[in-house]
Write a protein that binds this ligand. Structure first.
Ligand SMILES: [Zn+2]
Length: 461
């Protein structure tokens, strides 16, 4: 605790020293950057000088908790964020209505019943159908790839198919979560289990959305902890007949009213031109939605709160959007595109922070070469906190519809990802995994980037 408060005081001075040496280095090509060195230092100093962001995230995750679309908890979070943004002094604070799907997990369980009785640690996959009231009980067929399943198609009929695919990276492994249920159903499987999509934790299941194909029966599907998947694998490898019983009450209810939350710092010269910073306020219904994506919401929002506090009003408008329904529908991002279609051409940059708020590294950027050069120079203002990298491929699920339709440059906050997929979509997604100083640096990075892009004399192309 003591170490943290000392660092918080010392860091702004260290950063200022770094900035001075850069100015002396004298680089004509980035002379346009010079007026931004002082406000950037102030934004960084304000962010890392307190644990405000982390405390605000704690209010959200401890005081409200997880926030699945259509739940009273998400409604409370939306009302809380709207009221707090107004209290921060942000302008044009309002909600924008979005109808969202309402998926309900209900009670659920799984157990190995043969050759021995073991409870299985599981989480139903988001959007899954349920089982009959007394569950489904069947022999298990274990496979490691889609090809192996296709080769064993005959053996899958009437079985519970388990995809026991060790985690490599998210993109590779998540395919089995989204497409696995329908792949198994096409071969007559009665349910699907998947080894949780994440590095092996301490018996931690990871939920997440599945994606039923139109041409296959909808079968119930759940993720099981890696330890349980490995046990089933060992038994199957020994030639044992493995029987599992799965019971899930999962179902959909009628769509519910929800909202994106919006707040702004209006631009002083070109208020109609907009820089969007954002995160998604909804989460899965386990854990507290701290890393995914309460943290992303708060650091984006911090960018505006800090500008307001420091009396920094850029040329263009900076708008924070807290999206609804990223996890199981993406309706918030779609609604924003539809509701703001007429002004998408005036969106200068859209940023989404949805990769955690661990030690910031910089940004991903998708846009023109000229834009990338600008953004690289701006990111150099963040060298003192180590957040000056700009890598290709920035974006986010919620900004994608608007970015594609409006051809808007897109950006994501990039952070040290080592811990992200360990807790992603699990009961362990709680704020204790997040360091207040690292989170403050994330807020500083988003704040500096958003402020400078919004204030540039010429708009980012
Ligand atoms: Zn997310």
């Amino acid at each position: 605790m003591a170490r943290r408060s000392m660092m918080a005081v010392a860091l702004p001075f260290v950063l200022l020293a770094g900035v001075t040496s850069r100015v002396r280095a004298g680089d004509d090509r980035v002379a346009w950057l010079d007026p931004y060195r002082e406000p950037a230092s102030r934004i960084i100093g304000e962010a890392v000088g307190s644990t405000f962001a982390w405390q605000r995230l704690s209010i959200l995750t401890d005081g409200i908790g997880n926030r699945l679309s259509g739940t009273p908890a998400l409604d409370r979070a939306i009302a809380w964020a709207t009221a707090e943004m107004a209290r921060d002094g942000l302008e044009n604070v309002h909600t924008e209505k979005v109808m969202v799907p309402r998926w309900v997990r209900g009670a659920e369980s799984a157990e190995l019943t043969s050759p021995a009785r073991h409870p299985i640690v599981m989480l139903g996959l988001g959007d899954s159908v349920g089982t009959p009231a007394d569950g489904v009980q069947a022999d298990v067929l274990v496979v490691r790839t889609f090809e192996e399943l296709d080769a064993k198609a005959q053996a899958a009929r009437g079985k519970i198919v388990l995809f026991n695919v060790p985690f490599t990276n998210y993109g590779e492994t998540v395919r089995f979560r989204s497409a696995g249920p329908s792949r198994a159903a096409r071969h007559g499987a009665v349910a699907m289990l998947i080894r949780a999509v994440g590095p092996a934790g301490l018996r931690t299941p990871h939920t997440g959305a599945l994606n039923y194909a139109n041409d296959a029966p909808k079968i119930p599907a759940a993720a099981i902890a890696s330890e349980d998947a490995d046990r089933i694998q060992r038994l199957a490898d020994r030639g044992e007949k493995v029987v599992v019983r799965l019971a899930m009450q999962a179902h959909f209810e009628a769509d519910a009213e929800s909202a994106n939350v919006v707040g702004e710092i209006r631009g002083r010269e070109r208020p109609d031109e907009v820089v969007v910073v954002s995160g998604h306020l909804d989460s899965w219904d386990v854990g507290a939605g701290a890393t995914d994506d309460g943290g992303g919401c708060v650091v984006s929002w911090e960018a505006l709160r800090i500008m307001k506090k420091l009396n920094l009003r850029p040329r263009r408008t900076v708008r924070v959007v807290l999206w609804t329904n990223e996890e199981n529908g993406g309706r918030g991002g779609l609604a924003y595109r539809d509701q703001h279609r007429a002004e998408l051409a005036n969106h200068v940059l859209m940023m989404e922070s949805d990769g955690g708020v661990f030690r910031p590294l910089g940004f991903g950027f998708t846009g023109s070469d000229q834009g990338r050069e600008r953004v690289r120079a701006i990111a150099s203002l963040l060298a003192g906190i180590g957040a000056d990298q700009v890598s290709p491929g920035g974006g986010g699920a919620d900004i994608t519809p608007s970015v594609q339709e409006g051809h808007v440059p897109a950006m994501s906050l990039e952070v040290d990802g080592a811990k992200y997929f360990l807790i992603h979509h699990t009961p362990a997604d709680t704020i204790d995994k997040i360091d207040p100083i690292e989170m403050a640096k994330c807020a500083a990075a988003v704040g500096v980037m958003a402020y400078v892009v919004a204030d540039l004399p010429e708009r980012l192309r």
